[in-house]
Design a binder for this molecule. Structure first.
Ligand code: NAD
Length: 329
């Protein structure tokens, strides 16, 4: 298989900003077929990215020329759309969170195994250059073993990002987003900690709230806009995390890993992707490769074409979702 056709379900912001442009640039992708239940959104992206439109989801999934699907619909629809696509024999790249409940996610992983098709979940933070470098340093124990960590992901909120840029956005609705800022931003850092530390968060204590966001009726939103927590991993590391939709300035995407012989600081400031501090006070800022895109689309296409296991599996996503569930309980 040299070139593939891909279908995209959901033509909102993540498709416009990531999936469509990165598929378009990938030399192994021949054609992109767009589907959205709001057909004008599919039409607009088909024009911008030189693709075509499927009028129904059946048209998309029954098209034998399409071998892979990106599920970029809203959270509550991932279990429906991704499952349908796997059952129709398509490989799927599903946006995070994989599902809105553990039961659904477990079922999706089971269906993927039975289908023999690939399921990758878009926990794209793993591909980021400073995260890749931190992974290498930790894996090689260049600073000894990891002892503790702290991580944070926050920005001014999804009403500044999604297709619907008002406070009636689905991101604020309990039945559609379900997990609020935790499934939106927190899950990225949960997956990142699992990946960097080659470990799994097994215990956590959290405080959460809808502190500032209001819906279209001026009522506090139904999901949390902030969560802070203390975490413990299977291998006994302890750390803290904060996830927020109310950081009304520059986004905070920082992670600090405290090791026996020094500290790895990832995005300590916006213009500093990585700083390594040692006990003598020395600070190194390693040169990092420039990545023109997120890496997640290219990795998915490679796994389909080369028939290799996806870099982020359904099981990985399930492990992160378990932590989300625990923190929200
Ligand atoms: N990996 C990341 O960094 C990242 C960033 C942003 C969003 N996301 C995820 O991507 C997904 C989409 O987010 P977004 O920001 O693009 O939202 P959005 O609201 O901008 O777009 C969602 C689109 O999906 C369409 N849609 C919803 N359900 C559908 C269905 N059943 N069939 C067809 N179309 C459907 C909507 O009409 C809309 O056009 C979410 O799950 C979100 O969590 C991931």
């Amino acid at each position: 298989m040299n070139q593939i056709n891909v279908g995209i379900i959901g033509c909102g912001s993540i498709t416009k900003n990531r999936h469509a442009p990165e598929y378009q640039e990938n030399p192994n992708v021949k054609e992109i077929v767009f589907y959205d239940r709001n057909p004008e959104r599919a039409q607009a992206l088909a024009e911008t990215f030189n693709g075509r439109v499927a009028e129904t989801i059946e048209d998309l999934l029954d098209d034998p020329s399409i071998s892979a699907i990106s599920d970029c619909s809203s959270n509550e629809n991932h279990p429906i759309n991704t499952t349908k696509a796997l059952r129709k024999g398509k490989h799927v790249l599903c946006e995070k969170p994989l599902a809105t409940s553990l039961e659904e996610a477990e079922k999706m992983v089971e269906i993927q195994h039975n289908s023999g098709k690939k399921l990758m979940v878009a926990h794209n933070q793993r591909f980021d250059a400073p995260h890749q470098k931190a992974k290498e340093i930790i894996h090689n124990e260049e600073l000894g073993k990891v002892l503790t960590f702290k991580t944070s992901f926050g920005h001014k909120g999804p009403e500044h990002w999604g297709y619907n840029k008002t406070n009636s956005t689905w991101f604020f609705k309990k039945d559609r987003s379900v997990s609020g800022v935790v499934g939106d931003l927190g899950i990225h850092k949960i997956d990142l900690i699992h990946y960097l530390l080659d470990d799994e968060i097994t215990d956590g204590h959290s405080f959460k709230g809808a502190l500032d966001k209001v819906d279209e009726n001026g009522e506090p939103i139904e999901v949390c806009d902030n969560l802070v927590c203390a975490l413990k991993t299977k291998k006994g590391r302890i750390g803290t995390a904060s996830f927020s939709w109310t950081y009304y300035g520059k986004q905070d995407n920082s992670t600090t890993i405290y090791c026996e012989k020094g500290i790895i600081k990832i995005y300590p400031e916006k213009d500093v992707p990585l700083a390594i501090e040692t006990p003598d006070g020395e600070v190194q800022k390693p040169e990092l490769p420039h990545h023109p895109n997120s890496g997640v689309i290219d990795s998915f296409v490679d796994s389909v074409i080369q028939d290799t296991e996806p870099f982020i599996t359904g099981e990985d996503a399930l492990a992160s979702l378990k932590v989300v569930d625990m923190l929200l309980e």
